[in-house]
Design a protein around this ligand. Structure first.
Ligand code: AMP
Length: 307
């Protein structure tokens, strides 16, 4: 089954309590594609970059089955740039700079070869662009999942609420769920988001795992307790890539299979945070991933005799 991923391909500058890097490749679609390509091929990428974006990175993605026909390269312009600084707890961060650059005029056209894809991951991006992509698809994918962040809630809340009506699932972190609804209780926030459009919702809680909501059903997946989190950048997008990669590879969008997908997403995210940027996602093998998924199984499985 094919998967379309839409999002940023970027340069990031990152500061954590453990180190600092002034320029590394990042972007929501970069992380999603690297994670998803471990499970499904092709991953059909839609994004925009300037001519400063490294050709080797594009080649590396192509080698992994990521199709680049939908990635526009704009001559003499700069790629999207984001810079962030993490707090001591590594669960929260401040955005220092968001330079849209090429993203400011992005109006994606969908290559003919992408039409008919069954899965669509709308990675973090301007809501208007996310909506354009949905409307340009001739056949509605069987599952449309959307990510977003505080940045877009602050400058494009009305547009974001329109996109919500068209998607099957929203993926946000706890702070974003609260910001979107004004509700502190995540259960109340979940109900209110599901009334805005999506039938499924994932709320990510960083090192405290993730919740999957659908109607009255709730499932919780922990995050792997790691000795050291080096750089959490892209963990959310990597989670999304693992989640969608698993669903697309198995072609099964039941709630039961989404429970497995959330574990796969959590396993992928646990690799992402081990090194700066997407570095770890390029190093790991299928065997590493399987071992880690088993660790997750062991983490939460127990026997109990009810008396
Ligand atoms: P995450 O840590 O999962 O939220 O993802 C971080 C990645 O998202 C970085 O690589 C950034 O380049 C990218 N990013 C940051 N801000 C935005 C934004 N406003 N829109 C799209 N992508 C962004």
């Amino acid at each position: 089954m094919s998967l379309i991923t839409v999002g940023t391909m970027a340069f990031d500058a990152i500061e954590t309590p453990f180190g600092k890097i002034n320029q590394i490749v990042g972007g929501s679609a970069t992380y999603v594609a690297y994670a998803a390509s471990h499970f499904v091929k092709p991953v059909q990428q839609i994004s925009i970059v300037g001519d400063d974006f490294p050709k080797e990175e594009m080649e590396e993605m192509k080698k992994r089955g990521v199709e680049m026909e939908g990635v526009e390269i704009v001559p003499d312009k700069k790629s999207f740039f984001w810079s962030g600084r993490y707090h001591e707890d590594m669960n929260s961060r401040d955005t220092l700079i968001t330079d849209l650059n090429v993203l400011a005029d992005f109006d994606p056209t969908i290559p003919e070869s992408y039409q008919g894809a069954e899965f669509l991951m709308l990675g973090n991006l301007a809501p208007k662009i996310q909506l354009n992509v949905i409307q340009e698809l001739k056949k509605r994918p069987k599952l449309i999942v959307m990510d977003t962040m505080n940045f877009w809630m602050e400058i494009a809340m009305a547009e974001l609420k329109i996109v919500l009506k068209y998607v099957d699932m929203l993926m946000v972190n706890d702070a974003e769920a609260r910001q979107l609804t004004g509700q502190f209780s995540l259960v109340k926030a979940a109900k209110s988001i599901m009334e805005m459009g999506p039938k499924f919702l994932i709320i990510k809680k960083g090192e405290h795992g993730a919740l999957l909501f659908h109607g009255d059903q709730v499932f919780f997946a922990p995050a792997l307790p790691l000795e050291e989190v080096f750089d959490p950048t892209g963990a959310g997008d990597t989670f999304a890539g693992g989640f969608m990669g698993h669903l697309a590879a198995t072609n099964d969008i039941s709630f039961e299979n989404m429970k497995r997908a959330i574990i796969v997403g959590s396993a992928m995210a646990s690799f992402c945070v081990e090194k700066f940027g997407p570095t770890r996602l390029k190093e790991i093998t299928r065997k590493d991933i399987d071992i880690r998924i088993h660790q997750f199984k062991d983490l939460v499985s127990f026997d109990i005799e009810l008396i």
